[in-house]
Design a protein around this ligand. Structure first.
Ligand SMILES: Cc1cc2nc3c(=O)[nH]c(=O)nc-3n(C[C@H](O)[C@H](O)[C@H](O)COP(=O)(O)OP(=O)(O)OC[C@H]3O[C@@H](n4cnc5c(N)ncnc54)[C@H](O)[C@@H]3O)c2cc1C
Length: 436
């Protein structure tokens, strides 16, 4: 509990307003009528009650990695001051407050030989990531992060702070884990940690002008059929611009890579066929402490403008995805990053939450750097190519597509979510994110 009684509030003309709104995504402007800089669950309650009383929509921002788009007016709750992390090594759990980034959780768990189910980027917020599923670096071994939540502290539209567990409120628990942004403001999560101290992982990169991208992708897909369930991997195609800020081995290169994370034995043996696929540009595959796992993907740390979306595929039709690679590759105008995640394994197991499309075999993520209109014009034709094998979209990888909700859930899940939404948030207070 915080010591102050009045939450920090900022209006557009106040000094500090713009700084409070700064985050990782720089492409979408947030211009709320009032910002509540929350330092505690009490501050969140005050903000939600204020918004409900004034009939204003509520948005939340932790780190700004996943903004659904720009917004004007309403209430924005910033959570960066809520940065508490408490590990219970005996129970193998950790309590994380709303503003916590994954790097903090990894660092807090590491001394106990434990690890959270974090994703590729250490600076992403743990709470929102988990509410939308959370596809982690060890996802095929352990499933979605949402599958490992013990309890959620959440302020719902009625201004009440509830501790929600699978037992206490099974329907709200189900809805929050998969569509949480539309059901309240989560102030704290209690999540499982897994006993992982080290892993075998890294990235194996090829020059996309020396190796045929579609051929490499086909070989990757064939390789995924041979790996154990516990091995998680993805393919990426990144056309790096020719700018001095980049290291020479990346500058101006079209880099194709396979990224791997695996906690089992014989990692080197398992990846051996990949090393035969062509002249290797860089090879960082190795045994590493879990605390170094952020180096596997080396996501960009600097804030920038981007737009992206994704398609969960029933199968990886390498010809089709090869056409996508050609369409948005290095010769396309503007930089587009393609990532293909191997799903299955524990991700396919059902869980008491609303994370959809567990039957998906692969996830294709497309991300374009730059403004939304040009990015969308570039990416839409690529998604159209994938449409015949697309089951739906993944909420965590819809960057700026907040006006599009179709495909985020299957019909049955959407119907159940919509019914719960009318029960828990009848005035649609939490409408600043992709609603069900
Ligand atoms: C570089 C990068 C790497 C990523 N890697 C992965 C990955 O490996 N796996 C994966 O699954 N995802 C990944 N993501 C997606 C990421 O998990 C989502 O974008 C997530 O929403 C980011 O949360 P945030 O708090 O960091 O961002 P924010 O932009 O601050 O929050 C995103 C949205 O979440 C909602 N929200 C935030 N906090 C709360 C809260 N306390 N209660 C209710 N709603 C809230 C708000 O609606 C907000 O608009 C990545 C994103 C980026 C940019």
């Amino acid at each position: 509990m915080s010591q102050h009684t009045q939450p920090l509030t900022l209006h557009p003309t106040d000094p500090g307003y713009d700084a409070e709104l700064a985050g990782f995504q720089t492409g979408f402007a947030q211009r709320p009528a009032v910002v509540f800089g929350a330092a505690s669950a009490d501050d969140v309650i005050a903000a939600v009650r204020y918004a409900a009383g004034a009939g204003l929509p509520v948005g939340v921002q932790a780190t700004g990695h996943g903004l659904p788009g720009g917004s004007e007016g309403g209430v924005l709750i910033t959570t960066r001051r809520m940065d508490g992390v408490r590990v219970d090594p005996g129970a193998r759990t950790v309590r994380v407050q709303a503003g916590v980034r994954w790097a903090q959780v990894v660092a807090a768990a590491e001394p106990y030989g434990l690890a959270p189910l974090n994703g590729s980027s250490p600076s992403v917020g743990a709470v929102s990531y988990t509410l939308s599923g959370g596809l982690g670096i060890l996802a095929r071994e352990f499933g979605y992060a949402a599958d490992h939540v013990r309890s959620l502290d959440v302020v719902t539209a009625d201004g009440r702070l509830r501790r929600v567990t699978r037992k206490s409120e099974p329907e709200l628990y189900w809805a929050l884990l998969g569509a949480g942004h539309s059901f309240g403001v989560v102030t704290e999560l209690e999540i499982d940690l897994v006993p992982v101290r080290t892993l075998y992982g890294g990235s194996l990169a090829f020059d996309g002008r020396e190796v045929d991208p579609a051929g490499l992708l086909r070989a990757y897909e064939e390789w995924t059929r041979t790996v154990p369930d516990g091995l998680t991997s993805s393919f990426a195609a990144v056309p790096y611009p020719d700018v001095p800020a980049l290291p020479p081995h990346l500058r101006g290169r079209y880099v194709l890579s396979v990224r791997v994370a695996y906690t089992g034995p014989d990692g080197d043996q398992l990846v051996a066929p990949l090393r035969e696929l062509g002249p290797v540009l860089t090879d960082s595959l190795r045994e590493m402490p879990y605390a170094e796992s952020h180096t596997i993907h080396s996501d960009p740390p600097e804030p920038h403008a981007y737009y992206g979306d994704s398609a969960v595929l029933s199968e990886l039709d390498a010809e089709r995805v090869g056409e996508v690679l050609a369409l948005v590759g290095p010769d396309a105008p503007g930089m587009c990053v393609v990532q293909v995640n191997h799903l299955g394994g524990a991700l396919a197991k059902s869980a008491p939450n609303s994370v959809p499309y567990r039957e998906g075999r692969f996830l294709v993520r497309l991300l374009a750097v730059g403004d939304r209109t040009t990015a969308r014009a570039r990416l839409d034709p690529a998604f159209a190519l994938l449409a015949p094998v697309t089951l739906g979209r993944a909420l965590n990888f819809a960057f700026g597509a907040g006006d599009r909700t179709e495909g985020l859930y299957d019909a049955e899940t959407r119907k159940r979510l919509a019914a719960l939404k009318s029960e828990y948030d009848p005035a649609n207070l939490f409408r600043r994110n992709y609603g069900p």
